[in-house]
Design a protein around this ligand. Structure first.
Ligand code: PYC
Length: 310
Protein backbone atom coordinates (compact mmCIF):
# COMPACT_ATOMS: atom_id res chain seq x y z
CA UNK A 1 0.00 0.00 0.00
CA UNK A 2 1.21 3.46 -0.71
CA UNK A 3 -1.47 6.13 -0.91
CA UNK A 4 -0.26 9.69 -0.27
CA UNK A 5 -3.36 10.62 1.65
CA UNK A 6 -6.76 9.26 2.59
CA UNK A 7 -9.91 10.81 4.00
CA UNK A 8 -11.22 9.93 7.44
CA UNK A 9 -14.24 10.99 9.49
CA UNK A 10 -13.89 11.12 13.26
CA UNK A 11 -16.74 10.83 15.71
CA UNK A 12 -17.18 10.00 19.35
CA UNK A 13 -19.83 7.84 20.97
CA UNK A 14 -20.36 8.70 24.64
CA UNK A 15 -16.79 10.02 24.65
CA UNK A 16 -15.12 7.08 22.87
CA UNK A 17 -13.64 7.94 19.45
CA UNK A 18 -14.13 6.17 16.11
CA UNK A 19 -12.17 7.00 12.95
CA UNK A 20 -13.60 5.70 9.67
CA UNK A 21 -11.63 5.61 6.39
CA UNK A 22 -14.04 6.94 3.77
CA UNK A 23 -11.85 7.68 0.70
CA UNK A 24 -8.69 6.22 -0.79
CA UNK A 25 -8.68 3.19 1.51
CA UNK A 26 -7.35 -0.26 0.58
CA UNK A 27 -8.48 -2.22 -2.48
CA UNK A 28 -10.12 -5.43 -1.20
CA UNK A 29 -9.67 -8.71 -3.10
CA UNK A 30 -11.19 -11.48 -0.97
CA UNK A 31 -14.86 -12.34 -0.89
CA UNK A 32 -15.77 -13.03 2.75
CA UNK A 33 -15.42 -10.76 5.76
CA UNK A 34 -12.87 -13.25 7.13
CA UNK A 35 -10.83 -12.94 3.86
CA UNK A 36 -10.93 -9.20 4.20
CA UNK A 37 -9.83 -9.35 7.85
CA UNK A 38 -6.86 -11.49 6.74
CA UNK A 39 -6.06 -8.99 3.97
CA UNK A 40 -6.25 -6.11 6.46
CA UNK A 41 -3.78 -7.95 8.71
CA UNK A 42 -1.41 -9.10 5.98
CA UNK A 43 -1.46 -6.27 3.43
CA UNK A 44 -3.09 -3.16 4.88
CA UNK A 45 -1.93 -3.04 8.48
CA UNK A 46 -0.15 0.26 7.72
CA UNK A 47 -3.54 2.00 7.62
CA UNK A 48 -4.27 0.75 11.13
CA UNK A 49 -0.88 1.79 12.49
CA UNK A 50 -0.95 5.19 10.78
CA UNK A 51 -4.48 6.00 11.96
CA UNK A 52 -4.77 4.89 15.55
CA UNK A 53 -1.23 5.21 16.88
CA UNK A 54 0.41 8.46 17.91
CA UNK A 55 1.11 11.04 16.56
CA UNK A 56 -2.22 11.00 14.64
CA UNK A 57 -4.22 8.89 17.06
CA UNK A 58 -3.91 7.50 20.57
CA UNK A 59 -4.44 4.24 22.40
CA UNK A 60 -8.12 5.13 22.90
CA UNK A 61 -8.91 5.44 19.17
CA UNK A 62 -10.85 2.70 17.35
CA UNK A 63 -10.59 2.73 13.55
CA UNK A 64 -12.86 1.18 10.94
CA UNK A 65 -12.42 -0.06 7.37
CA UNK A 66 -15.61 -0.13 5.31
CA UNK A 67 -15.41 -3.14 2.98
CA UNK A 68 -17.77 -4.49 0.31
CA UNK A 69 -20.30 -6.81 2.01
CA UNK A 70 -20.63 -10.50 1.12
CA UNK A 71 -24.30 -10.45 2.06
CA UNK A 72 -26.35 -8.32 -0.39
CA UNK A 73 -28.70 -7.34 2.48
CA UNK A 74 -25.87 -5.44 4.18
CA UNK A 75 -24.84 -1.83 3.54
CA UNK A 76 -21.17 -2.66 4.11
CA UNK A 77 -18.78 -4.88 5.97
CA UNK A 78 -16.87 -3.25 8.81
CA UNK A 79 -13.46 -4.23 10.12
CA UNK A 80 -12.67 -2.56 13.42
CA UNK A 81 -9.13 -2.06 14.68
CA UNK A 82 -7.21 -0.43 17.52
CA UNK A 83 -3.63 0.21 18.58
CA UNK A 84 -2.79 -3.48 18.98
CA UNK A 85 -4.92 -5.29 16.39
CA UNK A 86 -8.44 -6.05 15.18
CA UNK A 87 -11.81 -6.34 16.99
CA UNK A 88 -14.54 -8.82 16.01
CA UNK A 89 -17.21 -6.22 16.72
CA UNK A 90 -17.35 -2.82 18.38
CA UNK A 91 -20.64 -1.34 19.61
CA UNK A 92 -19.59 2.27 20.10
CA UNK A 93 -17.69 2.00 16.79
CA UNK A 94 -20.77 0.73 14.93
CA UNK A 95 -22.78 3.71 16.25
CA UNK A 96 -19.90 5.92 15.01
CA UNK A 97 -19.92 4.22 11.57
CA UNK A 98 -23.69 4.79 11.21
CA UNK A 99 -23.36 8.46 12.22
CA UNK A 100 -20.44 8.86 9.78
CA UNK A 101 -22.46 7.45 6.87
CA UNK A 102 -25.39 9.65 7.85
CA UNK A 103 -23.08 12.70 7.89
CA UNK A 104 -21.90 11.74 4.37
CA UNK A 105 -25.53 11.49 3.21
CA UNK A 106 -25.05 7.79 2.45
CA UNK A 107 -27.53 6.44 4.99
CA UNK A 108 -31.12 7.48 5.49
CA UNK A 109 -33.49 6.79 8.38
CA UNK A 110 -34.62 3.26 9.10
CA UNK A 111 -32.93 -0.11 9.39
CA UNK A 112 -29.53 -1.00 7.91
CA UNK A 113 -27.48 -4.16 8.28
CA UNK A 114 -23.71 -4.42 8.49
CA UNK A 115 -21.37 -7.39 8.36
CA UNK A 116 -18.73 -7.62 11.06
CA UNK A 117 -16.16 -10.31 11.76
CA UNK A 118 -18.39 -11.40 14.69
CA UNK A 119 -21.56 -11.60 12.54
CA UNK A 120 -24.30 -9.44 11.06
CA UNK A 121 -25.59 -6.53 13.13
CA UNK A 122 -28.74 -4.53 12.48
CA UNK A 123 -28.76 -0.78 13.01
CA UNK A 124 -31.66 1.63 13.27
CA UNK A 125 -31.36 5.40 13.20
CA UNK A 126 -33.86 6.79 15.71
CA UNK A 127 -35.70 10.13 15.53
CA UNK A 128 -33.58 11.80 18.22
CA UNK A 129 -30.35 11.03 16.30
CA UNK A 130 -29.38 8.06 18.44
CA UNK A 131 -28.62 4.69 16.89
CA UNK A 132 -29.97 1.31 17.95
CA UNK A 133 -27.71 -1.69 17.37
CA UNK A 134 -29.10 -5.24 17.20
CA UNK A 135 -25.88 -6.95 18.21
CA UNK A 136 -24.65 -10.51 17.58
CA UNK A 137 -25.96 -13.34 19.82
CA UNK A 138 -24.43 -13.07 23.28
CA UNK A 139 -24.08 -15.48 26.20
CA UNK A 140 -22.36 -16.13 29.52
CA UNK A 141 -19.93 -19.04 29.49
CA UNK A 142 -18.83 -19.05 33.18
CA UNK A 143 -20.71 -17.91 36.29
CA UNK A 144 -19.01 -16.25 39.26
CA UNK A 145 -15.71 -18.06 38.98
CA UNK A 146 -13.24 -17.26 41.80
CA UNK A 147 -10.29 -15.47 40.18
CA UNK A 148 -7.09 -15.17 42.18
CA UNK A 149 -5.59 -11.71 41.60
CA UNK A 150 -2.17 -10.50 42.68
CA UNK A 151 -3.29 -7.36 44.53
CA UNK A 152 -7.03 -7.72 45.20
CA UNK A 153 -7.41 -11.26 46.56
CA UNK A 154 -10.06 -13.57 45.12
CA UNK A 155 -12.61 -11.80 42.93
CA UNK A 156 -15.76 -13.59 41.75
CA UNK A 157 -16.36 -12.87 38.08
CA UNK A 158 -18.54 -13.89 35.14
CA UNK A 159 -17.11 -14.61 31.71
CA UNK A 160 -19.35 -13.68 28.80
CA UNK A 161 -19.35 -13.01 25.07
CA UNK A 162 -21.03 -9.96 23.50
CA UNK A 163 -19.11 -9.71 20.21
CA UNK A 164 -15.85 -9.68 22.21
CA UNK A 165 -14.92 -11.74 25.28
CA UNK A 166 -15.27 -10.13 28.72
CA UNK A 167 -14.50 -10.89 32.33
CA UNK A 168 -17.17 -9.06 34.39
CA UNK A 169 -17.03 -8.26 38.12
CA UNK A 170 -18.50 -5.87 40.67
CA UNK A 171 -15.88 -3.68 42.35
CA UNK A 172 -16.03 -1.27 45.27
CA UNK A 173 -13.32 0.71 43.47
CA UNK A 174 -16.20 1.91 41.27
CA UNK A 175 -18.37 3.09 44.16
CA UNK A 176 -16.82 6.55 44.52
CA UNK A 177 -17.58 9.65 42.43
CA UNK A 178 -14.09 9.78 40.88
CA UNK A 179 -12.72 6.22 40.70
CA UNK A 180 -8.94 5.81 40.62
CA UNK A 181 -8.19 4.85 36.98
CA UNK A 182 -4.76 3.41 37.80
CA UNK A 183 -6.32 1.01 40.33
CA UNK A 184 -9.14 0.11 37.93
CA UNK A 185 -6.63 -0.64 35.17
CA UNK A 186 -4.50 -2.77 37.51
CA UNK A 187 -7.46 -4.81 38.74
CA UNK A 188 -8.81 -5.18 35.17
CA UNK A 189 -5.47 -6.46 33.85
CA UNK A 190 -5.25 -8.96 36.70
CA UNK A 191 -8.79 -10.19 36.03
CA UNK A 192 -8.16 -10.61 32.28
CA UNK A 193 -5.02 -12.67 33.04
CA UNK A 194 -6.74 -14.84 35.65
CA UNK A 195 -9.88 -15.42 33.56
CA UNK A 196 -7.84 -16.82 30.65
CA UNK A 197 -7.49 -20.08 32.62
CA UNK A 198 -11.25 -20.50 32.00
CA UNK A 199 -11.61 -18.85 28.56
CA UNK A 200 -8.39 -18.03 26.69
CA UNK A 201 -10.14 -15.56 24.35
CA UNK A 202 -10.95 -13.05 27.13
CA UNK A 203 -9.29 -9.74 26.24
CA UNK A 204 -11.64 -7.20 27.88
CA UNK A 205 -12.57 -6.68 31.55
CA UNK A 206 -15.63 -4.87 32.84
CA UNK A 207 -15.97 -3.55 36.40
CA UNK A 208 -19.31 -2.41 37.78
CA UNK A 209 -20.41 -0.01 40.50
CA UNK A 210 -23.13 2.43 41.46
CA UNK A 211 -24.35 4.84 38.76
CA UNK A 212 -24.08 8.62 38.91
CA UNK A 213 -27.51 9.42 37.41
CA UNK A 214 -30.64 8.46 39.36
CA UNK A 215 -32.26 6.89 36.26
CA UNK A 216 -29.28 4.58 35.53
CA UNK A 217 -28.84 1.02 36.80
CA UNK A 218 -25.06 0.79 36.84
CA UNK A 219 -21.76 2.43 35.86
CA UNK A 220 -18.90 0.49 34.29
CA UNK A 221 -15.21 0.69 33.52
CA UNK A 222 -14.06 -1.37 30.54
CA UNK A 223 -10.49 -2.39 29.82
CA UNK A 224 -9.90 -3.05 26.12
CA UNK A 225 -7.01 -4.86 24.44
CA UNK A 226 -4.13 -2.42 24.03
CA UNK A 227 -4.40 -1.34 27.68
CA UNK A 228 -6.79 1.53 27.09
CA UNK A 229 -10.10 1.92 28.85
CA UNK A 230 -13.32 2.59 26.98
CA UNK A 231 -14.70 6.07 27.62
CA UNK A 232 -18.17 4.80 26.63
CA UNK A 233 -20.17 2.03 28.36
CA UNK A 234 -18.89 -0.33 25.56
CA UNK A 235 -21.53 -1.83 23.27
CA UNK A 236 -20.12 -5.34 23.26
CA UNK A 237 -19.45 -5.12 27.01
CA UNK A 238 -23.02 -4.01 27.68
CA UNK A 239 -24.20 -6.94 25.52
CA UNK A 240 -22.13 -9.34 27.64
CA UNK A 241 -23.65 -7.75 30.77
CA UNK A 242 -27.17 -8.21 29.37
CA UNK A 243 -26.42 -11.92 28.82
CA UNK A 244 -25.39 -12.20 32.50
CA UNK A 245 -28.45 -10.27 33.75
CA UNK A 246 -30.70 -12.49 31.60
CA UNK A 247 -29.08 -15.68 32.87
CA UNK A 248 -29.44 -14.52 36.49
CA UNK A 249 -33.09 -13.50 35.97
CA UNK A 250 -32.22 -9.94 37.04
CA UNK A 251 -33.63 -8.31 33.89
CA UNK A 252 -36.73 -9.34 31.97
CA UNK A 253 -36.94 -9.70 28.22
CA UNK A 254 -37.53 -6.26 26.64
CA UNK A 255 -36.84 -4.33 29.87
CA UNK A 256 -34.36 -1.40 29.64
CA UNK A 257 -30.97 -1.53 31.35
CA UNK A 258 -29.32 1.90 31.58
CA UNK A 259 -25.57 1.37 31.62
CA UNK A 260 -23.35 4.38 32.29
CA UNK A 261 -19.76 4.44 31.13
CA UNK A 262 -16.92 5.83 33.23
CA UNK A 263 -17.72 9.37 31.98
CA UNK A 264 -21.33 8.97 33.14
CA UNK A 265 -22.88 8.91 29.63
CA UNK A 266 -25.27 5.94 29.28
CA UNK A 267 -26.13 3.33 26.67
CA UNK A 268 -29.59 1.81 26.96
CA UNK A 269 -29.63 -1.97 26.55
CA UNK A 270 -32.28 -4.68 26.44
CA UNK A 271 -32.44 -8.26 25.23
CA UNK A 272 -34.66 -10.87 23.60
CA UNK A 273 -34.14 -14.53 24.28
CA UNK A 274 -32.80 -16.57 21.35
CA UNK A 275 -32.48 -19.79 23.34
CA UNK A 276 -33.38 -19.62 27.02
CA UNK A 277 -32.00 -23.10 27.79
CA UNK A 278 -28.62 -22.19 26.35
CA UNK A 279 -28.68 -18.68 27.83
CA UNK A 280 -28.36 -17.15 24.36
CA UNK A 281 -29.71 -13.61 23.97
CA UNK A 282 -30.07 -11.06 21.20
CA UNK A 283 -28.94 -7.74 22.72
CA UNK A 284 -30.01 -4.27 21.61
CA UNK A 285 -27.88 -1.25 22.47
CA UNK A 286 -28.85 2.39 21.97
CA UNK A 287 -26.34 5.25 22.00
CA UNK A 288 -25.49 8.44 20.17
CA UNK A 289 -22.40 9.53 18.23
CA UNK A 290 -21.29 12.97 17.08
CA UNK A 291 -19.06 13.63 14.08
CA UNK A 292 -16.21 15.93 15.11
CA UNK A 293 -13.70 15.89 12.24
CA UNK A 294 -13.65 15.37 8.47
CA UNK A 295 -10.04 15.38 7.43
CA UNK A 296 -7.21 13.92 5.35
CA UNK A 297 -4.43 11.80 6.73
CA UNK A 298 -1.15 12.56 4.95
CA UNK A 299 1.52 9.90 4.53
CA UNK A 300 4.97 11.34 3.89
CA UNK A 301 7.73 8.87 3.01
CA UNK A 302 10.32 11.14 4.70
CA UNK A 303 8.39 11.11 7.98
CA UNK A 304 10.02 8.62 10.42
CA UNK A 305 6.55 8.15 11.93
CA UNK A 306 4.67 7.88 8.64
CA UNK A 307 3.10 4.67 9.98
CA UNK A 308 2.69 5.92 13.54
CA UNK A 309 4.63 5.15 16.69
CA UNK A 310 4.04 1.54 17.64
O1 PYC B 1 -18.22 -0.47 22.21
O2 PYC B 1 -18.01 -2.63 21.85
C1 PYC B 1 -17.54 -1.51 22.08
C2 PYC B 1 -16.06 -1.38 22.19
C3 PYC B 1 -15.13 -2.38 22.15
C4 PYC B 1 -13.89 -1.77 22.30
C5 PYC B 1 -14.08 -0.42 22.43
N1 PYC B 1 -15.43 -0.20 22.37
Amino acid sequence: MNPKSFRVIDSHTAGEPTRVIVENGPQWKGSTIQDRLNEAKQHHDGYRRALVNEPRGSEVMVGAHLVPPTDADCVAGVIFFNNVGYLGMCGHGMIGVVETLRYLGQLGPGQHKFETVAGIVTTHVLHDGSVEIGNVPSYRSHTRVPLQTENYGIVKADIAYGGNWFCLAKSDLMNVPNPDKAELLKLSHELVSASRAYEPRVDHAELFGAPVRPESHSRNFVLCPGAMYDRSPCGTGTSAKLACLAADGELSEGENWIQEGILGIPFVGRFQWLDRDKGLVSPTIVGRAFVNADTSVILNADDPFQWGIS
